[in-house]
Design a protein around this ligand. Structure first.
Ligand code: ATP
Ligand code: MG
Length: 688
């Protein structure tokens, strides 16, 4: 496990006796240390099952699993490589009974949560307010409070009423046997804190825990980690304080400061060589981050040579900026032989909505692209419909899933019936599905309505039975096809869309989704749900159980040859040969710190902190680039509904670029055009 590692990396990989913190700048091989250390730990005799490596996204987990497989072969499949949330699912599935949760609980997504909150508040609230409540409750949960503690702490009437609502929300979740996203961290924490046998079990099971992107953990995650590793502290954390970009979601650099205090025996290792970027790129990155206060002094150098100068591109509008980005991609492809792949290019921006003009320009140029971290496949209505059915046949108590499934497609069970059923179930403390089989239900429903709901209930039970006994890809495919026919889902989609093209696209999503489910049942797809990779056949019921997690926190990721469009946040930890940072316009990055366009405001503490986080975001963006980097800004930008004149971001100046090489050189463009012309001429068939 020592090939391709420098001395400091080797030290980090070989130190397995106690807690270890690798603190280093971007591209210095921190993630590489984690992968190699997994191998090293196995070499020292630790069983792969006793190793957990925690990553920030499912995509990062998948990538690490792939690399670990390359390094150590089959043993990699037993290592638990997953996100904090996936680890949480595993823990709650295994031990949630101690908290009164059955193993087949449901995981609610943000829409479900908002719906439940609206409903719990009486149903007349607008979505924006409900989202605000959700945000506050989530914040409390991330601080480790339940509704009682939140009520005790509440500062004003508004907070008190949200805390009371939170109590009702908690009750509903228990009744539905459901958890939300924050519970996936909070519940494992409570399990370990309040249940000594559970704590002992996990501490014994895990011989070493490795954590990537440690700077972005929050306080609850830190507590969870501490309880997982116990006093022996067999942990390897790697991180970079300069890349902490989730402060707005509760991540705290305190976790970096606490580690040496809580573990005095902590070994701190620094890495200084960057293996990713050219010197020109790295210099710009170092310059940008320089004004931020330093938690730990760091130096970073590269031996990859000076490389191409970093380019600054100005544009009149976002559309113009997008055209220039496309021209740059085409130019760079034309300039080298063989041309770089599409997937070697990334366009990175601050916020999701900025992707639009770039998508349009790429489509126009016939360039394949993929928006990463945008609207996930699982957010599509048709996929959510199908997931609701899966959730219901796994967990009959999941009322939100019941309501969605029973109306998708509509089956003659109307609002009145559902309203009565809801009342009945509350009165008798049953789930809605559970109420269907109550002998008292016929007394409150007209015969026809009762017959329809009973038919639905029996059908779901029947599906559950069939799904349990459907094994492997082929059978699953057949089962899913039958089921879609039985519920007449294709017709439902065509009936609910005016445009046939839209309906066709939605139906093809359904087919793609079912095919993907079937592949998982066949064991052909890596399971990113926290359980290990397996090539064994699974039952469709088992597959459905893990889907909930994917549907809430990830999209499927396929390696395809496409230009990547991504937010800066979602680009963390990744690298591309050619990167374009777009929208580097004052007011967008940094984001609206002073919307007076440069006029000096009194810089409050909070503003200063926000500016620091924005600067780290810029640093993350710059350091994604391996060989070429262009930074673009627009002379006009949206402010509310108007367009206003705009300036280049202060970060462009801070990069300290050499003025003479900053702008894109027209001669370069000419060279690229010539090269493209020559290439095209060379591939023309002689006869034509
Ligand atoms: P980030 O802070 O962006 O997450 P990182 O510190 O995790 O970066 P890695 O992604 O592990 O850095 O490594 C950056 C690149 O450098 C990768 O392509 C990796 O394979 C390569 N690399 C790391 N260490 C070495 C080494 N010792 N020799 C050669 N290449 C290396
Ligand atoms: Mg990394």
């Amino acid at each position: 496990m020592s090939a391709g590692l420098n001395l400091a990396q080797l030290q980090a990989v070989h130190y397995t006796e106690g807690p270890c913190l690798v603190l280093a700048g971007a591209g210095s091989g921190k993630t590489r240390v984690i992968t190699h250390k997994i191998g090293r730990l196995i070499e020292t005799g630790l069983h792969p099952r006793r190793i957990a490596a925690i990553t920030f996204t499912n995509k990062a987990a998948a990538e690490m699993r792939e690399r670990a497989k390359g390094l150590i072969g089959k043993a990699a499949k037993d290592v638990l490589i997953c996100t904090f949330h996936a680890l949480g699912v595993k823990m709650v599935r295994e031990d949630g009974q101690a908290l009164g949760l059955k193993p087949q609980f449901s995981i609610l997504d943000a829409d479900d949560v908002v719906g439940i909150l609206k409903d719990a508040a009486g149903g007349t609230t607008d979505v924006a307010t409900a989202r605000q409540w959700q945000w506050t409750i989530s914040k409390w949960k991330n601080m480790g409070y339940d509704s009682r503690e939140a009520l005790a702490m509440a500062q004003d009437d508004n907070e008190r009423s949200i805390a009371l609502l939170m109590a009702r929300y908690e009750e509903r979740l228990t009744a539905y046997q459901s958890v939300d996203f924050d519970d996936l961290i909070g519940m494992p924490l409570r399990l370990l804190r309040d249940h000594p046998q559970v704590r002992e079990k996990w501490q014994n099971q895990l011989g070493h825990v490795l954590v990537d992107e440690y700077q972005d953990t929050n306080a609850t995650q830190y507590e969870l980690l501490k309880l997982l590793i116990g006093a022996r502290g067999h942990i390897t954390a790697v991180g970079d304080d300069d890349q902490s970009i989730y402060g707005w979601r509760g991540a705290t650099l305190d976790n970096l400061k606490k580690l040496p205090l809580d573990y005095p025996q902590l070994k701190v290792i620094k890495l200084e060589q960057n293996y990713r970027s050219t010197s020109a790129i790295l210099r710009a990155a170092n310059n940008v981050i320089q004004p931020n206060p330093k938690l730990f002094p760091k130096t970073l150098f590269s031996e990859l040579g000076e490389g191409e100068p970093v380019r600054v591109v100005d544009a009149d509008s976002e559309e113009h900026e997008a055209e220039r980005a496309v021209a740059r991609i085409q130019g760079l492809r034309a300039a080298s032989n063989p041309p770089p792949d599409w997937k070697d290019f990334a366009i990175l921006y601050r916020a999701n909505h900025q992707a639009k003009p770039f998508e349009k320009a790429l489509r126009k140029a016939n360039i394949p692209y993929k928006v990463s971290g945008g609207t996930s496949f699982f957010d599509r209505a048709e996929v959510k419909d199908l997931c609701a059915w899966f959730r219901l046949w796994i967990n009959n108590d999941d009322d939100p899933a019941f309501l969605r499934a029973v109306t998708s497609p509509k089956r003659g069970i109307g609002h009145t019936t559902l309203g009565k059923l809801g009342e009945f179930s509350t009165q008798h403390k049953l789930s809605m599905f559970g109420s269907l089989f109550s002998h008292m239900l016929p007394a409150v429903l007209p015969t026809k309505a009762h017959d329809s709901v009973m038919e639905f209930g029996r059908y779901v039970n029947d599906l559950e039975y069939r799904a349990r006994h459907t094994l492997g890809a082929e059978d699953s495919r057949a089962f899913l096809a039958d089921w879609l026919k039985e519920i007449n889902y294709e017709q439902h989609i065509y009936d609910s869309e005016d445009s046939e093209t839209v309906a066709a696209a939605r139906w093809s999503n359904v087919l793609e989704f079912c095919d993907w489910m079937a592949q998982r049942a066949g064991g052909q797809v890596d399971d990113t749900s926290g359980s290990t990779i397996t090539s064994e056949k699974k039952s469709l019921l088992e597959v459905s159980q893990t889907i909930a997690l994917l549907s809430t926190i990830s999209e499927r990721e396929k390696e395809q040859d496409m230009v990547i469009l991504s937010t800066l946040h979602a680009s963390k930890g990744l690298e591309w040969p050619h990167v374009m940072l777009v929208g580097v316009t004052e007011g967008m990055l940094p984001f609206k710190l002073d919307d007076d366009n440069g006029r000096q405001q009194k810089v409050s503490d909070e503003t200063a902190q926000r500016l620091q986080e924005e600067r780290r975001l810029m640093y993350v963006g710059i350091t994604r680039a391996q060989r070429s980097l262009a930074v673009s800004w627009t002379k006009r930008r949206k402010k509310g509904r108007e367009m206003v004149a705009a300036m280049p971001s202060r970060f462009i100046k801070e990069m300290g670029l050499d003025q003479s090489t900053m702008r894109e050189d027209p001669r370069e463009k000419l060279r690229q055009l010539r090269a493209e012309f020559a290439r095209k001429a060379a591939v023309q068939p002689a006869a034509s």
